[in-house]
Design a protein around this ligand. Structure first.
Ligand code: NAD
Length: 491
């Protein structure tokens, strides 16, 4: 299948920002139909059902993926159980070798994986190529290093694998999300059943080909595709010893209830409404760049999107003015184009949800500013980066996660007020603090209810640094030594 191109619409500001189209036209082989990956091979779903996966930038079908049901999930769990004892007994340094091989193959096939993620998930190629795929490889490298050093990772000697793990991941950054779960689980000697989102399964199925190439023993990793029903069947399976979920808080609560029935250990990475706090003494241009990249470039799909900008009152006018100038240079369009900043939304339903939130915000009191009035591509679902001003901390737009590139701007007068506002949502995922004073940044960070706090930067990830949330943003961590903890138990 050849690369598809959606023409970048003309931007309505000066010619300085007009770039020639630069779509990545690398041809990628995509089968017209995929089965599940169970026991080391691709198999047809039990009831033969498939669902179409579409290119969100063009609304054109790319391929069909299997729609898993209870019997497919059960088959995958049985394969994982059969492989568990042998994989757990495999010498840790041998397990490490498999992880190193997977990491190297991801690096070798990085461009192909990036293009595939971009076509299937709509991630701008710059982000999939420069961030998601390299980080996915890094998670396998990092955890390979731990495989034979696990007893040094914990204060207690002889950690043991938990057993068969179910893992469910969201639509955004599919390969990275898969790597964050699979790499530590495998390093610790567990076997897995992974369910990618029905909106972005193709790059995860390509990972299955890599697992075959590196001759990972059959059954150690199984991939069952499908939608919510497939996820429900996996979460409810009594053969799981642990379940790890990344996605919305609403679904996460269902997973937790199902795990309470089965007794599986549960780890949850959920939604957020993360604040960026900008003090008057900060470098404002840097803060604006952090805010823009932190929420707009990820189309609000990243868990850590900094969707609230809390600005010290005297600099509000300057910040909004500079933000509008910066926003006018953001390019929305074909995600395969190397100059594109913001790609399409995952689906039409996402656009409807965003529109409903924006209407509620405007009905309340909010002023809405969009990037530019230039036309968006005709096919696909698109949302221009949008700024909301004149909003109050109690507004729905400031308290609930809006699944799109929407930034709400509020003001504070004192550090205490900034902290109170930042903590005033049910979530606790990430936060940013922008100030010239190191001690102030540290003090504020310590008082924020968030799993990750960045100072004078935003949205920076590393396999060695744990991420995760508190309150309604989740339970447990991924990445770093902490990311191994859900996958071990002690005698
Ligand atoms: P989602 O909850 O709709 O779906 C996530 C996964 O769960 C998908 O694979 C889906 O098929 C599956 N699923 C849906 N309903 C299910 C059910 N009833 N039982 C079992 N599985 C079910 O989330 P999404 O729209 O794919 O992703 C967006 C959300 O994910 C946002 O809220 C975002 O903040 C969050 N997110 C969090 C992190 C993090 O690390 N905290 C990272 C990325 C995304």
């Amino acid at each position: 299948m050849t690369a598809q191109s959606t023409r970048q619409p003309e931007l309505s500001f000066g010619s300085a920002w007009r770039y020639a189209d630069a779509p990545d036209s690398t041809p990628i082989e995509i089968a017209h139909r995929y089965g599940h990956f169970i026991d080391g091979e691709f198999v047809e779903p039990a009831d033969g059902k498939h669902i179409a996966t579409i290119n969100p930038a063009t609304d054109e079908p790319i391929s069909d993926i299997a729609a898993g049901d209870e019997s497919d999930v059960d088959r995958a769990v049985r394969a994982a159980r059969a492989a568990q004892a042998k994989w757990a007994r495999t010498k840790p340094r041998e397990r490490a070798k498999y992880l190193f091989r997977i990491a190297r193959r991801i690096q070798e096939r990085a461009h192909e994986l990036a293009v595939l993620e971009t076509k299937d998930a709509g991630t701008p190629i710059r982000e999939s190529r420069d961030l998601h795929i390299p980080l996915a490889a890094q998670h396998f490298f990092y955890n390979a290093g731990w495989a034979d050093k696990l007893r040094y990772a914990f204060a207690v000697a002889s950690p043991r694998p938990v057993g068969v793990c179910g893992q469910i991941i969201p639509a955004g950054a599919p390969l990275l999300m898969a790597a964050r779960k699979l790499a530590p689980a495998l390093a610790c000697g567990n076997t897995c059943i992974l369910k990618p989102s029905e909106l972005s399964s193709l790059v995860v199925l390509r990972l299955a080909e890599i697992l075959q190439e590196v001759e990972l023993p059959p059954g150690v990793v199984n991939i069952v595709t499908g939608g919510a029903k497939t996820g429900e069947a996996l979460a409810a399976h009594t053969g799981l010893r642990a379940i790890s979920f990344t996605g919305s808080t609403e679904t996460g609560k269902r997973i937790a209830r199902a795990a309470a029935e089965t007794g599986a250990r549960v780890t949850l990475q959920l939604s957020g409404k993360s604040p960026n706090i900008v003090f008057a003494d900060a470098s404002l241009d840097q803060a604006i760049e952090g805010a823009v990249q932190g929420v707009f470039f990820s189309r609000g799909l990243s868990c850590c999107a900094g969707a609230r900008l809390l600005v010290e009152e005297p600099i509000l006018g300057e910040i909004v003015r500079k933000l509008k100038i910066r926003m006018a240079t953001i390019r929305v369009g074909d995600p395969l184009d190397k100059n594109t900043d913001v790609g399409p939304l995952a689906c039409k339903q996402q656009l409807d949800t965003i529109k409903a939130y924006l209407k509620t915000a405007c009905d309340a009191s909010a002023q809405l500013h969009e990037t530019s009035a230039s036309p968006l591509p005709k096919k696909g679902s698109w949302c221009r980066p949008t700024l909301l001003t004149d909003v109050h901390p109690s507004d729905v737009a400031c308290r609930e996660e809006i699944p799109g590139p929407v930034l709400a701007v509020m003001t504070f007068r004192t550090p205490d007020e900034a902290i109170a506002q930042a903590n005033d949502t049910p979530f606790g995922l990430a936060a940013g603090v922008w100030t010239d004073k190191g001690s102030k940044g540290r003090e504020i960070a310590n008082r924020l209810k968030a799993g990750v706090v960045w100072c004078n930067t935003y949205h920076k990830f590393d396999a060695a640094s744990p991420v995760g949330g508190c309150r309604e943003s989740g339970l447990g961590r991924e990445g770093g030594i902490q990311g191994l903890r859900p996958y071990v138990e002690f005698s």
